[in-house]
Design a protein around this ligand. Structure first.
Ligand SMILES: NC(=O)c1ccc[n+]([C@@H]2O[C@H](COP(=O)([O-])OP(=O)(O)OC[C@H]3O[C@@H](n4cnc5c(N)ncnc54)[C@H](OP(=O)(O)O)[C@@H]3O)[C@@H](O)[C@H]2O)c1
Length: 259
């Protein structure tokens, strides 16, 4: 719920407005700080309300952006439409929507755990669909707006250590591509972000860590992709070429590799 003791912006000072789902830590929190530095009025959601409140206090104290926070578990997909309406009322509109919520369990080729895998799909993919459909409908009616989904390079190939995570991100990429093709004619931009390794809590679960960038650097590159209204952006850009090679490795070789 909104527990933010701040006033709405005055009409003579219109601010761009954004929602970030999954903003309590890592890339989402860094992006919230980056958007706030551009003067955005933000609605931030995640489960850990204490972290969100600290972030809200930090952003509101700096005085450039403004911030409201909402406790929400994306596994409660049925709550998304109502919470979206509340955020829209509180913000007074919407220009940018970012779905960043995601989970990954430690990579383990010997683990076959349906409960865990279904949870990954619920958070990374089904939660995204629950939010993005009503957001897309609103932007389509308004004839404008910008949707951003945080996918992953992991969605470009099925790896033996994390099949459900890879599938959740591949599904998200394809869903976003379909939304883009559906909404482009209505003036709506849809951007798919594919980060490589970023130094956040999630990276503890990665099988190998090779040259990660900071969450702040990732947020800067995501902001540039938003400003440029890109369709797809690898973050950082070098992953485009890494994944081009990885995508072309024949399956019979890829399955023997430790990737
Ligand atoms: N770090 C990387 O190397 C990397 C690489 C590629 C893609 N990504 C993607 O980047 C996104 C952000 O991850 P991160 O690296 O910044 O890790 P993180 O610090 O663990 O952030 C994950 C965010 O998702 C939220 N979240 C998780 N489960 C949720 C739920 N059930 N309901 C609502 N929010 C939920 C978390 O908030 P609460 O826990 O407070 O709910 C948190 O804000 C994810 O989609 C991830 O897949 C990360």
């Amino acid at each position: 719920m909104d527990d933010s003791p701040i006033e709405a912006p005055r009409p003579l000072e219109p601010r761009p407005k954004a929602i970030i789902i999954g903003a309590s830590s890592g890339i989402g929190a860094a992006l919230a700080r980056r958007l706030a530095s551009e003067g955005y009025f933000l609605a931030l959601a995640a489960r850990r309300g204490d972290l969100l409140q600290d972030l809200r206090d930090e952003i509101n104290a700096q005085g450039k952006g403004q911030c409201l926070t909402y406790s929400h578990d994306v596994r409660q997909a049925e709550q998304a439409p109502e919470l979206l309406q509340r955020m829209l009322r509180d913000l007074g509109g919407l220009d940018l929507f970012v779905y960043c919520a995601g989970i990954m369990y430690p990579s383990d080729p010997e683990r076959f755990d349906a409960e865990q895998d279904l949870e990954i799909l619920q958070v990374n993919l089904l939660g995204a669909v629950a939010w993005l459909d009503p957001v897309a409908l609103r932007f389509r009616r308004e004839g404008g707006g910008h949707i951003v989904g945080i996918g992953s390079v992991a969605g470009d190939r099925g790896r033996r250590g994390t099949p459900a995570y890879a599938a959740s991100k591949a599904g998200l990429h394809t869903y976003l591509e379909g939304l883009r093709n559906r909404l482009a004619r209505h003036g709506v931009t849809v951007t798919t972000i594919k980060p490589g390794q970023v130094q956040t809590d999630m990276l503890k679960n990665a099988p190998q860590v090779r040259g990660p960038i900071t969450a702040e650097r990732a947020a800067e590159l995501i902001w540039r992709a938003i400003r440029a209204r890109k369709s797809t952006a690898y973050v950082p850009a070098r992953w485009r070429w890494v994944m081009l090679v990885i995508r072309h490795i024949p399956s019979f070789i890829f399955r023997r590799m430790n990737l």
